[in-house]
Design a protein around this ligand. Structure first.
Ligand code: SAH
Length: 337
């Protein structure tokens, strides 16, 4: 099946036909495509949730600035470095610093942190995920030693984007950020939620077409999960089935992509992350954040954070990966060109 040659209408029809079916053939094809590029490696990334302060108000997100029920925290440089040290000793060679859009980390403060990690761990990849910034800020991050940047596009349909965000956030700027990051030289991660409020199959097709155009090195796909303090609290979670279908189609569209089997996927189904790997994902991002802070980084309800999602659960995770038919790979795991 050559996904990348299908028209928008054909892709929409295909997705509609896949829903409600046993999609083992699709998953097998996606798995084959992934093995041709990355073999049976599942790369691990150490995730550090550096801050839950955020100036943005994404309507779906539990740490939006309007949520008064969040215990806000931010990690100091020292705390972040201690997470890296712990992660390095556990064998991690990629650190992902993710957080809300927290102005405390201005260019000077954040570049100093990046630079220090770069010099302390020259053999590690540094990934950032701190939202929309200017070209010049992204460039400074890159020059300080960061290698990769995760910024999901969330939805490639501008009207849909406007239903999920306030007026001051636009798809146009999101797109600008992603292309800027690419031009600067980052390995870039885009991606979207499955089953977000008001989503249509046609929008998911636009997501796939946008991915084809951007051709990112990484693609994060996870189900939308409601968070009780947000305006979307009464919407349903995205389905396991459709998330797996979208992971497979993305793998077939971009065979070289690094695709995480996300915590959100593991949070809606007990074996969600294993199924994600078998549908074409090849990354898992265990949590390296200080244990007592993890419950406060609650983007959605019932987020898993104490089992194999945690870096301390590494041995359990390795067994799960093995049982799913793969091998844990602790190397940097850069994009295969
Ligand atoms: N502030 C940064 C990183 C944190 S949010 C950024 O915006 O990139 C990381 C991702 O979590 C978002 O891109 C979004 O796709 C996902 N997310 C947020 N709220 C969610 C929810 N309620 N359910 C599922 N995923 C969610």
């Amino acid at each position: 099946m050559k996904i990348s040659t299908l028209s928008k209408d054909q892709l929409a029809l295909l997705i509609k036909l896949l829903i409600g079916n046993d999609n083992q053939d699709l998953f097998r094809e996606a798995d084959k495509a992934r093995r041709e590029v990355y073999g049976d490696s599942v790369y691990l990334r150490g995730l550090i949730e550096i801050s839950n302060y955020c100036k943005s108000d994404c309507y779906y997100c539990g740490i939006s600035c309007t949520n008064k029920n969040v215990n806000r925290y931010r990690l100091s440089k020292k705390e972040i470095l201690s997470c890296c040290k712990n992660g390095y000793n556990l064998g991690f060679r990629t650190f992902v610093m993710q957080g809300g859009e927290d102005n405390f980390y201005n260019d000077e403060v954040f570049c100093d942190i990046i630079y220090t990690i770069r010099n302390t761990y020259p053999d590690c990849a540094i990934t950032l995920s701190v939202g929309e910034k200017s070209y010049s800020t992204y460039k400074k991050y890159f020059e300080s030693g960061a290698n990769r940047y995760l910024l999901r596009h969330e939805t490639a349909n501008a009207e849909h984007f406007a239903m999920l965000h306030p007026k001051n956030q636009t798809f146009e700027n999101r797109r600008r950020c992603l292309f800027d990051l690419k031009e600067i030289g980052f390995q870039v991660g885009a991606g979207f939620m499955v089953g977000s409020p008001f989503q249509k199959i046609e929008y998911l097709v636009e997501d796939l077409f946008f991915l084809k155009e951007l051709s990112p090195q990484m693609v994060g796909i996870g189900p939308f999960i409601p968070q009780k303090d947000t305006r979307f609290k009464d919407f349903k979670s995205g389905s396991l089935e459709l998330t797996l279908i979208m992971i497979s189609l993305t793998r077939l569209m971009l065979p070289n992509a690094l695709i995480p089997s996300t915590t959100a996927l593991g949070s809606i189904a007990k074996n969600g992350r294993e199924l994600g790997l078998q549908a074409g994902a090849n990354i898992v991002m265990p949590n390296l954040s200080p244990q007592e802070k993890r419950k406060d980084y609650a983007l959605y309800d019932n987020k898993a954070f104490s089992g194999s999602e945690a870096a301390e659960g590494l041995e359990i995770l390795k067994k799960q990966i093995l049982n799913a038919g793969y091998r844990t790979d602790m190397s940097r795991g850069d994009y295969a060109k």
